[in-house]
Design a protein around this ligand. Structure first.
Ligand SMILES: NC(=O)c1ccc[n+]([C@@H]2O[C@H](COP(=O)([O-])OP(=O)(O)OC[C@H]3O[C@@H](n4cnc5c(N)ncnc54)[C@H](O)[C@@H]3O)[C@@H](O)[C@H]2O)c1
Length: 313
């Protein structure tokens, strides 16, 4: 098959690209390297990388017309500056419109999207959150623009799957708490943890479902990719200490969460487990040590977050 992966040089996109190339498919990646590293993807005879933005309609149409994809996996997203609403809108709304309309025009078989669980708002009315929970994306520019993108994809009428994710982690992940903990702990800087809980999903487990969706499994619509369990950020921190073999003299400081943050995100994976005959395999301890191994080998020069900075104490 021929598969376009937008944001394919990023964390999730590059893991998926590797798996698809290993299966013998042709992959075209479009990425502007806003939040990814150039060494995430190795040269491969069946891989074409286009450096550019999906906000550029002409470029998007040109790559779709010349590559003629069977499937599109739309993983590109803007989130690194919570105050840059324009960039979020260019990439997550306008860029998604360009991708979705080009895919429709070329009669692509399926478009796969990744939505943030923040679409359920900062005060979800149930835990675990089910797929019937009302959408309430007003808490951040990232959630607003990602939700608009998801809705435009549905509006095309095409076959689509939108995977709603909580917190993916693993090698190459540069957002969220884990890379920050690694960076600070290995440079002797003090750490704190927020009093929040998250539903962590290891990237290999996540990509396993996405591959099944690329191969046609699953019904048009929405799915959660989740471990089905939430962990406190403190537990993640303690696993990081253990993977780094570090013993702190005193317990890490636990801070109250930001106003734009949510206490726990636990999304219900039952429909995904059933339709994709899938279950999470990687325990947190194993996933954290795999991520830490990658950080040790590759280093971290930058980390990213959609959250506003925490006020200094
Ligand atoms: N990682 C998570 O926990 C998580 C949770 C919920 C949703 N998601 C979604 O999953 C997808 C993949 O995220 P990720 O975790 O791999 O993050 P990532 O930052 O590694 O990947 C996003 C990629 O998009 C690229 N990009 C940004 N703007 C672009 C533009 N205008 N044109 C082309 N490329 C552009 C970035 O350079 C990066 O390579 C995103 O859509 C994100 O919103 C991720």
């Amino acid at each position: 098959m021929k598969i376009i992966i937008t944001g394919g040089a990023g964390f999730i996109g590059s893991h998926l690209a590797e798996k698809l190339l290993a299966e013998g498919h042709n992959v075209l990646v479009i990425d502007n390297y806003q939040t990814s590293r150039r060494d995430n993807l190795k040269l491969h005879k069946n891989l074409k990388i286009v450096e550019g933005t999906i906000a550029d309609k002409q470029l998007v149409n040109q790559i779709f017309d010349s590559f003629v994809p069977d499937i599109v996996v739309h993983a590109a997203a803007s989130y690194k500056d919570p105050n840059n609403w324009e960039e979020d809108a260019y990439t997550n709304v306008l860029g998604t419109i360009h991708i979705a309309t080009a895919a429709k025009r070329l009669e692509v078989k399926r478009i796969i999207y990744f939505q943030t669980a923040l679409c359920y708002g900062l005060k979800p009315i149930e835990q675990p959150i089910t797929l019937t929970h009302p959408i309430c994306s007003s808490g951040s520019s990232y959630a607003i623009s990602k939700t608009a993108g998801e809705q435009y994809i549905e509006l095309t009428g095409m076959d689509f799957i939108s995977f709603r994710l909580a917190n993916a982690y693993g090698p190459r992940n540069l957002s969220g708490p884990l890379p920050t903990f690694f960076h600070r702990l290995t440079s002797g800087k003090p750490c704190f943890v927020m009093d929040t809980r998250r539903d962590f999903i290891f990237v290999d487990d996540l990509v396993e479902v996405v591959l099944k969706a690329v191969h046609g499994q699953g019904q048009k619509g929405y799915y959660h990719i989740s471990s089905g369990a939430d962990y406190s950020i403190k537990e993640l921190f303690d696993e990081t200490l253990s993977a780094l073999n570090i013993k702190l003299e005193k317990e890490v400081e636990v801070r109250p969460r930001n106003p734009d943050d949510v206490f726990t995100i636990l999304i219900d994976p039952k429909k995904t487990e059933k339709d994709f005959n899938w279950k999470v395999k990687t325990p947190l301890k194993v996933g954290v040590s795999r991520a830490i191994e990658w950080y040790k080998t590759h280093g971290i020069t930058q980390t990213y977050t959609h959250l506003k900075p925490v006020e200094a104490k």
